[in-house]
Ligand binder design. Sequence first.
Ligand SMILES: Cc1cc2nc3c(=O)[nH]c(=O)nc-3n(C[C@H](O)[C@H](O)[C@H](O)COP(=O)(O)O)c2cc1C
Length: 325
Amino acid sequence: MKTRITEMLGIEHPIIQGGMHFVGFAELAAAVSNAGGFGIITGLTQQTPEDLAKEIARCYEMTDKPFGVNLTILPSFQETPYDEYMEAIVEGGIKVVETAGRNPQPFLPRLKEKGIKVIHKCTSVRHSLKAEAIGCDAVSVDGFECGGHPGEDDIPNMILLPRAADELTIPFVASGGMADARSLVASLAMGADGMNMGTRFIATKEAPVHDKVKQAIVAASELDTRLVMRPLRNTERVLTNAAVERLLEKERELGNKIRIEDIREEVMGVYPKVMLEGDMDSGAWSCGLVAGLIDDIPTCKELIDGIMAEADELIRQRLEGMLAA
Ligand SMILES: Cc1cc2nc3c(=O)[nH]c(=O)nc-3n(C[C@H](O)[C@H](O)[C@H](O)COP(=O)(O)O)c2cc1C
């Protein structure tokens, strides 16, 4: 399939694996890219910019296909040397950066100078338009369904994607709630140039996370995610567990007086415990509503090949068949 995104990224299929904390290691990025999609290493999962440089080098050993790096600029408990992380990306020869969280404008001159493409992840049309205006090359439009941070507008993709298509000139991919060929074909119909998947790629053979995480996603239904940190205007969609229910109880009790320190135990340092050790109740970790559509653990190649074959069938048989009838 050829879209503006496959052309821009130099890939075979219009499917991107979004940056994911403690999931987006070289193994997953390389597996997605080797399967013809676009894999992304998560920059801040690496403890230092030097570690990120090593992770990028490791990924080059596993694939000769294009892959990118995510740099997420979010409120965090400690100061992060973003400039140095960005330098590791530039010096690592990366050609595409996925930015998220805040306006990436301060980094754009350096990235443009090196010819690096920027895909900014946005949860609203106004942020997408801002990304376009400051010179981003594409946007990843993340609907309310998404795992992670859906923003505060709560607009699902059935509305957000056509709105983005009406307003944007640069290419965009649909993100949030994407799992299969139906997601891809629907996104293309709504004006997107491809799709970005997070949660779906965690439940793959190559995702280097504890098996309990994959099993939890397979077991979960679309009713099992919760929105946390809404009173802090840092909303995150997570899979429910004992720690998440405790966190929500604190939110109910403290209301708008809640501070990040009050929920430190439920959100601080959770990802290595969940993703690497399989300590599933240790805190809040991102997961999309799409968990309700995931019931297997394929390889990335099986997943992507399956999506593309079924998309072909959906378009040529189901849709064309309806027109011919
Ligand atoms: C476990 C997990 C961790 C994530 N970590 C990040 C991150 O560090 N930076 C980021 O920009 N997005 C992050 N995301 C969001 C994904 O890149 C992607 O936008 C989102 O998962 C899409 O929604 P979906 O899960 O419904 O596919 C994360 C998502 C998940 C599920």
